[in-house]
Design a protein around this ligand. Structure first.
Ligand code: UTP
Length: 642
C-alpha cells in the first residue's frame, strides 16, 4: 500500500473512532447515572438515537439499581433493530420523517405522472391461446424457483394459527402449504430435465416457528427437506407521531413497539441470504412469487410463465379484471415529466385522482366493451426473470421504496389513532428499475386465478353487502369446488343444477364438491387427455376427489362420493374408470356449523360430514399411451411457439 493510501486509511479510522466516542458521550448524557450500566459500544446506539431526536425513549428511567435488567434488555433490542432495519435506525427515522411529511401534506405521490395501460396478455381460461401459453410455461417449468411470502399476521382474518396451515377445503383438508408443495412437485414431475424446483418461504417472528412445526410434523408434505428454505423477516419500530418519534410498547417501558415491515422485505432477504445468487449461478431463469392463501395460484402459473417467456417480460404481474374504482391495486404504466416510465401497482385511491388530473377527466371508468376498468387488478403473484433480477439486487440490495400509512385522529394530520411504521411491498420491485426493462401483466378471470382468504366472517358478510368479493374462508373453499366443476363442464361434463346455500351469512351457489389434486393434472390439456368429461355426469351435492397422475376417466355417473387415488400405483399401472361406471352412495354433506365450533370450521361456516364414500386406488397394467401421446404433442407445440 502506498504511503498516501495508508495515511487516508488512518484518517478514516481516526475519524470513525472520534465519531463513535462522540456518540458514546451523547449516549452517556442521555442516560445520566444509568450510563454506568453500559459499555461504550452500547452507549453509542443510545447516542445515535438521542441525536436523531429520540431522547424520550430514555427519559423517566429510574436510577441505577431499579429495573436494570429491563434497561439492558431495551438496549439489546435497539442494537438488534439497528442491525436488522435496512440502513440502521438513524436512517429509518430520517426516511420516516420524510415520508410522514409527505403524508401530512396529503400530496398524491403520483402527481406529475401520466397513467396508461401497460403491455399485457388477457387470457380466457381453456382457450386455445391459454393452452398454448400453459404448454409453453410447462416447458419453462424446469427453470423455475418458487417464493411464498408468508410472514403476514392475518389480522383481518382473525385466525389464531398461521394462514398456510388452514385447510384449502374441508373435503380432503389439504392445507395451503401442502397444496403449494404438491403443486411444485407436480410441476417438477412434468418439467423437462430431472432438476428440483427450489422453494423458499419467507416467514416472520409471528409465523416462523409455526411454519417450521407444520413442515416438520408433516415430513415437508413429501418434498425433500433440502428443497425448502426459510428466510425470516424482522419487524421494524413503530412511529408514534408525525415527527417520527419511536413508540414504546404500551405494556413495557423497556421495549420498542414493532410491527411487520411488509412483504417487500422478500427481495432484500433473497439478496442477503445469497439465495438469489445461488439460483442464478445454478441456471434458474424464473422466480414465481405467490401469497399465503390463494388455492388458485398454480392454476394460473403455467400460463403466466408462458406469457413471460413469449413476451420476454422481466416482470409479469398476474391480474384479474377489475371494476372501475374497485378496492384492489391496479396495474398501470406511468410516464413522468421527463418521459421516464415505470409499470407498477397503483393503489385504487391514487389511480382515480391521477387519471382525472391527466388523461381521463371522468377518472377510472369501465370500458363499455368489457365492463371493466382498462387497468387490471393486481393479485400479487409475480413472475420475475432471474438474471436481470439478480443484477438489480446487486445494485439495490433488494431494498424497495417504503411508504407510510398513518391513520390520523383528525384533519390536522398531526396525531395518529395508533402507532404506524414504514412498510414496503413486494409488487414495488419495478420501482427499482431504470425503465428499459419489459414489465407487463397477465390477466385471467378471477374464478380461475384468485380466491384469497383474508377476511373474518363478519367483515366478509359486510363486503358482500357492499357488492365486493368476500375473500373469506367460505368463498376460498366454495370457489375451489366451483372452479373444478366449471373446468369439467367446459370439457363437456354434465352436472345437476346448482343449489344456493348460506354459510356465515353469505349466499353461495354450489353444485358438487370436486377436488382435482395438482398431482392429477397441471394444465387444461393434460386434464382433457385423461378425463373424458363428455361421458361424465355428476349429481348435485356429490363429491369427487382425483389424486395421482395415472388416472384415466373414460366415463362416470356419480351420485354420492368417490375418491380416485393413484398415489400408490407404480410404473405403467393405470386406475381406469371405464364407460358405464356408476357410483351411487350416501356421499358427503356440507353441514352448517354452530358458531362455537373449532376455528377452522367456524370461519367457513360449515364442515363436511362423510356418510359414505367409495375409494378406488387399485390400478391395472395398462399402457400410458394416451398420456405419452399428449406429452409428445405438447412438446411439439412448444417448439411451434418458441
Ligand atoms: P396480506 O395483505 O394478506 O396481509 O398479505 P397480512 O398481513 O397477511 O394480513 P392482514 O393485513 O394482517 O389481515 C399478503 C401476503 O403477504 C404476506 C402475507 O403472509 C400474505 O401472503 N406478508 C404480509 C408477509 O409475508 N409479510 C408481511 O409483513 C406482510
Amino acid at each position: 500500500m502506498a504511503n498516501s493510501e495508508c495515511l487516508l486509511l488512518l484518517y478514516f479510522r481516526l475519524d470513525r473512532h472520534l465519531r463513535d466516542r462522540e456518540r458514546a458521550e451523547a449516549g452517556a448524557r442521555a442516560l445520566g447515572a444509568n450510563a454506568a450500566l453500559f459499555p461504550q459500544d452500547e452507549l453509542e446506539i443510545v447516542g445515535k438515537l438521542a441525536a436523531a431526536g429520540q431522547e424520550h425513549l430514555f427519559q423517566g428511567w429510574p436510577g441505577p439499581g431499579t429495573d436494570d435488567e429491563g434497561k439492558r434488555r431495551f438496549v439489546e433490542q435497539l442494537l438488534a433493530l439497528d442491525a436488522s432495519t435496512p440502513g440502521g435506525l438513524e436512517d429509518y427515522v430520517a426516511r420516516a420523517r420524510r415520508l410522514l411529511k409527505d403524508a401530512q401534506s396529503g400530496r398524491n405521490p403520483l402527481d406529475g405522472w401520466t397513467p396508461s395501460v401497460p403491455l399485457g396478455e388477457n387470457l380466457a381460461y381453456g382457450s386455445e391461446s391459454f393452452c398454448d401459453f400453459e404448454d409453453l410455461g410447462m416447458e419453462e417449468a424446469g427453470r423455475c424457483a418458487f417464493v411464498l411470502v408468508a410472514g403476514g399476521l392475518g389480522e383481518r382474518l382473525g385466525y389464531n394459527g398461521i394462514k398456510v396451515a388452514l385447510p384449502t377445503e374441508s373435503t380432503t383438508k389439504t392445507s395451503y402449504l401442502q397444496l403449494y408443495i404438491e403443486s411444485i412437485l407436480a410441476m417438477q414431475e412434468r418439467a423437462p430435465g430431472n432438476g428440483i424446483l427450489p422453494f423458499v418461504i419467507m416467514t416472520s417472528g409471528d409465523t416462523h416457528a409455526k411454519t417450521v412445526a407444520l413442515l416438520e410434523s408433516n415430513q415437508y408434505f413429501g418434498m425433500p427437506k433440502y428443497q425448502v428454505k426459510l428466510v425470516q423477516q424482522e419487524k421494524v419500530p413503530c412511529l408514534a407521531d408525525a415527527q417520527a418519534s419511536l413508540a414504546l410498547d404500551a405494556s413495557d417501558p423497556f421495549k420498542l413497539q414493532t410491527k411487520p415491515h411488509g412483504h417487500g422485505d422478500v427481495h432484500a432477504l433473497l439478496y442477503q441470504s445469497g439465495i438469489s445468487k445461488e439460483w442464478a449461478n445454478a441456471g434458474v431463469k424464473w422466480i414465481c412469487f405467490f401469497q399465503d392463501t390463494n388455492a388458485m395460484a398454480f392454476r394460473s402459473i403455467p400460463a403466466a410463465l408462458g406469457v413471460s417467456k413469449m413476451r420476454g417480460f422481466h416482470v409479469n404481474s398476474l391480474a384479474v379484471p377489475r371494476k372501475a374504482k374497485e378496492a384492489i391495486g391496479a396495474l398501470c404504466k406511468l410516464t413522468g415529466p421527463k418521459g421516464e416510465t415505470m409499470t407498477l401497482n397503483v393503489e385504487y385511491n391514487q389511480l382515480d385522482p391521477v387519471l382525472r388530473a391527466t388523461v381521463s377527466p371522468e377518472g377510472d371508468v369501465n370500458d363499455p366493451k368489457t365492463g371493466h376498468s382498462p387497468y387490471p387488478g393486481n393479485i400479487n403473484q409475480i413472475i420475475i426473470s432471474l438474471p436481470e433480477y439478480q443484477k438489480q439486487l446487486e445494485a439495490s440490495k433488494g431494498v424497495v421504496p417504503e411508504f407510510v400509512n398513518p391513520k390520523y385522529t383528525d384533519s390536522s394530520r398531526t396525531t395518529f389513532k395508533s402507532p404506524t411504521r414504514l412498510e414496503c411491498m413486494m409488487q414495488d420491485y419495478p420501482r427499482l428499475l431504470s425503465g428499459g426493462q419489459s414489465v407487463g401483466f397477465t390477466v385471467m378471470e378471477a374464478w380461475a386465478a384468485y380466491s384469497p382468504v383474508k377476511n373474518s366472517p363478519e367483515d366478509a358478510a359486510a363486503k358482500v353487502q357492499g357488492g365486493n368479493p368476500s375473500h373469506s374462508a367460505t368463498s376460498g373453499e366454495i370457489d375451489i369446488y366451483n372452479a373444478n366443476c366449471r373446468v369439467l363442464k367446459m370439457l363437456g361434463a354434465e352436472f345437476g343444477p346448482p343449489q344456493t346455500r348460506t354459510f356465515n351469512g353469505i349466499d353461495v351457489e354450489i353444485t358438487a364438491q370436486v377436488v382435482l389434486c395438482p398431482s392429477y393434472a397441471m394444465t387444461y390439456r393434460e386434464l382433457a387427455s385423461k378425463f373424458n368429461a363428455a361421458k361424465v355426469r355428476i349429481e348435485t351435492g356429490s363429491s369427487l376427489v382425483v389424486k395421482g397422475e395415472n388416472i384415466l376417466v373414460k366415463g362416470l355417473e356419480l351420485n354420492g362420493a368417490l375418491k380416485l387415488d393413484a398415489s400408490n400405483l407404480y410404473g405403467a399401472q393405470m386406475l381406469t374408470l371405464h364407460p358405464g361406471m356408476k357410483v351411487k352412495n350416501m356421499g358427503c354433506q356440507l353441514v352448517e356449523s354452530p358458531l362455537d365450533t373449532e376455528e377452522e370450521v367456524r370461519i367457513r361456516g360449515f364442515y363436511v360430514q362423510i356418510q359414505e364414500i367409495k375409494v378406488l386406488d387399485k390400478g391395472e397394467h395398462r399402457s400410458k399411451l394416451k398420456t405419452q401421446t399428449f406429452r409428445k404433442s405438447m412438446s411439439k407445440k412448444h417448439r411451434a411457439l418458441t
